[in-house]
Write a new protein. Structure first.
Length: 175
C-alpha cells in the first residue's frame, strides 16, 4: 500500500480541514456577547451610582462584586474567543501590536481548559460571596446547593490540573 493518500482521501481530508472555518460564526457570536456584557455592566454601574444617596456599605460591596463578576465573565469570553480561534481555526495576525495580550498564541487546549475552570470557579466564588453577604434572601437548601456546586467546580479544576500533570509527566517519560 502506498504512503500517499488517494485523490478521494485527499479531498475528504481537505474538506475536514476546511470545516474548522465553521467555528468562525460561533466566535463572532461570542464577540457580540461581549456587547451584552458591556450593556449589563453599564446598567449595574448606573444602578450603583443612582443609589448613592441611600446606599449601604453592603449594597456597595454587592454592587462592586457584581461588576467584578461581569468583568471576569468578559475576560473568560475573550480567552475563549482568542485561544479557541487560534487553536482551532487560524492564527491571529496582529503584526506584533504592542497591545496584544501576552498569552496570545501560547494558550493551548490544556491551558484553555485550566483557565476556563479557574475562571468559572472564581465567578462561582464571587457569586457565593454575594449570597453570603445577603444570606437572608436564601433558604438553607439553596445555600447548600450553591456551596456544593462551587465545591464541584473547584474539585473539577484540581482534577483537570492533576490529570494534565499526569499526562505531561507520561509524555516526558516516553521521551
Amino acid at each position: 500500500m502506498s504512503d500517499h493518500p488517494n485523490a478521494v482521501e485527499r479531498i475528504f481530508e481537505k474538506g475536514l480541514f476546511a470545516s474548522r472555518w465553521l467555528m468562525v460564526p460561533i466566535y463572532v457570536g461570542l464577540a457580540l456577547a461581549l456587547v451584552l456584557l458591556l450593556f449589563s455592566f453599564a446598567q449595574e454601574l448606573l444602578h450603583l451610582f443612582s443609589a448613592i444617596p441611600n446606599i449601604t456599605q453592603s449594597e456597595v460591596i454587592l454592587g462592586i462584586l457584581s461588576l467584578i463578576d461581569l468583568s471576569l465573565a468578559g475576560n473568560l469570553l475573550l480567552i475563549v474567543i482568542y485561544s479557541g480561534y487560534e487553536n482551532f481555526v487560524s492564527k491571529i495576525n496582529t503584526d506584533d501590536h504592542e497591545d496584544q495580550p501576552d498569552w496570545k498564541g501560547s494558550v493551548d487546549f490544556t491551558a484553555l481548559k485550566l483557565k476556563l475552570i479557574a475562571s468559572i470557579a472564581a465567578i462561582s466564588a464571587i457569586h457565593l460571596l454575594k449570597v453570603f453577604m445577603d444570606i437572608g434572601k436564601y433558604t438553607e437548601d439553596q445555600i447548600r446547593w450553591m456551596v456544593i456546586i462551587h465545591v464541584v467546580f473547584v474539585i473539577s479544576g484540581v482534577m483537570l490540573a492533576w490529570m494534565d500533570s499526569i499526562a505531561a509527566s507520561a509524555k516526558s517519560y516516553k521521551k
